[in-house]
Design a protein around this ligand. Structure first.
Ligand code: ATP
Ligand code: MG
Length: 459
């Protein structure tokens, strides 16, 4: 993902070195590769530059007069935890590189290095940074898709098609494996249409038992069956003027498929037990993770309904087919969680992020979201470690843990909750748990939990 040739997509690098000759040399090399370079001859100057223009990557020398590279990293990391920092060191002077990478330094480059090597590090840092791409051209109206996080060209194709059909009345069928974002896309299409101020109503046809689904969709009259104690307008009427999202349409029973087809053709619903029909104006978006063609051949899905629903098909790619989205999504979910909790977690250790990017993701974005939630809950350090990610990736949903493992997780989760509630106040946490302070400290130690992590960050 080189920046060359793409107008407006130039990535910015802040280059810091007190050796002016080297600074010039590296700038030329990076500019030749298509990057925009800002330079600074000291840590202090770098911080000043940083306040002015946000770079996508920082490359800094380690040994500098005044503020050295690691101190500069610390200052940067405080304010911008996701900004990758690459540190240049003279051979043999790697300062406890391991600890530094655990703190979040993206990588070390030992001098002398060749230009190619430097470019590789920069590209890798950019691809793993989880930075949102530069906002699109200002005239483009992007509010409708703002919840869809992506920088994948495959997804951009789907979104471009979605935008084209959004403001037509065409029925849209969204296909994609589970967790690829079908419902999110359906909502975005609604938002891009002129129906956006009317309701968006979603119904999962696979989750409602067959006898109930009909009255859920079309409504019923009071007394039409046992339990129908009042009139119920149904979801078609609830979505009047707006969009009805029929999720898992492949699971709809045949008998109901006939009725649905009639409603779509006549634009009228007849609630169960009613004698008259009611006109409805509804745009239909449906979704399925099944191969509907197979269902057609097997006689489980009506061909006429299939053509009615499937005027336009949008196919969402799996997460594995758009790995460049993984850092972006992971940071997005992490930031959401951090905003809701008192826990001070700023990102993933570089090795942890590499694991995320390389994983197979059969459950797609939903699974990624779960892994981020789990690791966020369990982390005891501001950067989520590779070990935690590895564990979460191994977890199979519904798997039974060993007693020891389950208890260990429970204890850890419990302690973290206590510290969250008390803002890292150990005495109060111990009191809530009805343990004395010494015992409580031992527990924290056993689980490797640092209470300082839960103290509110200084204003
Ligand atoms: N591109 C994306 N950006 C941000 N969040 C996303 C994206 N794609 C999916 N999500 C989130 O992932 C979760 C799963 O998405 P969604 O429910 O739309 O998928 P789905 O295809 O309908 O899944 P299922 O087949 O399991 O019903 C949701 O919480 C959604 O907000
Ligand atoms: Mg869904």
């Amino acid at each position: 993902m080189r920046a060359e040739g793409v107008p407006g997509a130039k990535k910015r690098i802040l280059l810091v070195d007190d050796d002016v000759a080297l600074l010039r040399l590296l700038s030329l090399r990076l500019e030749a590769a298509g990057y925009e370079v800002i330079t600074a001859a000291s840590g202090a100057e770098a911080l000043a530059q940083l306040a002015r223009r946000r770079p996508h990557v920082v490359i800094t020398d380690l040994r500098m007069e005044g503020m050295d590279g690691l101190a500069l990293f610390d200052a940067i990391h405080q304010a911008n935890p996701t900004l990758p920092v690459i540190i240049l060191t003279a051979h043999g002077s790697i300062p406890d590189a391991i600890t530094a990478t655990q703190r979040g330094v993206f990588s070390f480059l030992t001098k002398p290095f060749d230009g190619k090597h430097l470019l590789l590090h920069v590209e890798k840092a950019l691809s793993l940074s989880g930075l949102a791409p530069d906002p699109a051209t200002p005239e483009a109206d992007t509010a409708w898709r703002q919840e869809i996080i992506t920088r994948s060209p495959l997804m951009e194709d789907v979104l471009a098609q979605a935008k084209l059909v959004a403001d037509t009345e065409a029925s849209v069928l969204i296909r994609g494996d589970s967790g690829t974002g079908k419902e999110l896309l359906a909502k975005a299409i609604h938002r891009a249409s002129s129906r956006r101020h009317q309701p968006f109503v979603a119904v999962n046809c696979g989750a409602i038992p067959e006898p109930l689904l009909e009255s859920e969709l079309f409504g019923h009259c009071k007394g039409s069956f046992t339990g129908a104690t009042r009139n119920h307008p149904g979801l078609f009427q609830a979505a009047h003027g707006g969009t009805l999202f029929l999720d898992e349409i492949g699971d709809m029973p045949l008998a109901l498929q006939v009725k649905l087809l009639r409603v779509l053709q006549e634009k009228q619903v007849r609630p169960v037990g009613a004698t008259r029909t009611v006109p409805v104006d509804v745009r239909i978006i449906s979704a399925t993770h099944r191969q509907l063609e197979q269902e057609l051949r097997a006689g489980r899905f009506r061909e006429d309904l299939y053509y009615r629903l499937n005027v336009v098909t949008l196919e969402l790619p799996t997460l594995a087919a758009r790995r460049e989205d993984i850092p972006l999504l992971a940071m997005h979910f992490l930031t959401q969680l951090a905003a809701k909790s008192k826990k001070h977690v700023t990102g993933f250790a570089p090795e942890a992020m590499e694991l995320l990017v390389a994983a197979s993701w059969p459950g797609n974005v939903r699974q990624l979201q779960n892994v981020v939630e789990q690791t966020f809950a369990l982390t005891t350090t501001p950067l989520i470690s590779a070990t935690l990610v590895r564990k979460a990736l191994r977890d199979k949903p519904g798997e039974i843990l060993s007693f020891a493992e389950a208890r260990q997780r429970f204890e850890q989760h419990y302690l973290v909750q206590l510290l969250q509630v008390t803002g890292g106040n150990v005495s109060r946490a111990a009191r809530l748990a009805r343990r004395n302070r010494t015992e409580f400290y031992k527990l924290l130690q056993r689980h490797n939990i640092d209470p300082a992590l839960f103290k509110p960050p200084p204003a």
